[in-house]
Ligand binder design. Structure first.
Ligand code: ZN
Length: 130
């Protein structure tokens, strides 16, 4: 038995004697535990990113809903924390013969009337009572 067979388990940190040279973990239990934690960390990271994005989108939607079917200054809504970079999709719509870039956030949407003001609409069939 050479020294190469004496290893340290990256999971439990114990020294052990490997049966094969390419063995990494001291036991199946440690291997499984290590991999489970790796998957759990990746899942937690993913859920964290999703949750963060969803909360920004939801805040945007809440703000649009407060001004449904109104025209307002972009500065007004920005000051309340609106982030126009977080949207759920884009579309092109025609308004009075002009093509407009329309940003959707779930069931609400907005487009710029000029550099300062946006028009907010709602897509649902059961549109809000104003
Ligand atoms: Zn171990």
């Amino acid at each position: 038995m050479t020294n190469e067979y004496f290893k340290n388990c990256p999971e439990c940190q114990k020294d052990y004697e490997a049966k094969r040279l390419n063995q990494v973990y001291c036991s199946q239990k440690c291997k499984t535990r290590f991999n489970n934690r790796k998957v759990r960390l990746a899942t937690n990271e993913k859920l964290g990113i999703i949750e963060n994005t969803n909360s920004i989108l939801w805040k945007n939607r809440e703000l649009l809903s407060q001004y449904a079917n109104q025209t307002i200054s972009i500065h007004t809504i920005n000051q309340k924390g609106f982030d126009k970079n977080f949207i759920t999709r884009f579309s092109k719509i025609e308004v009075e013969g002009k093509k407009k870039n329309c940003s959707h956030i779930y069931d609400y949407y907005f487009y710029f009337l000029d550099s300062n003001s946006i028009k907010i609409g709602v897509e649902r069939a059961t549109a809000t009572a104003s």
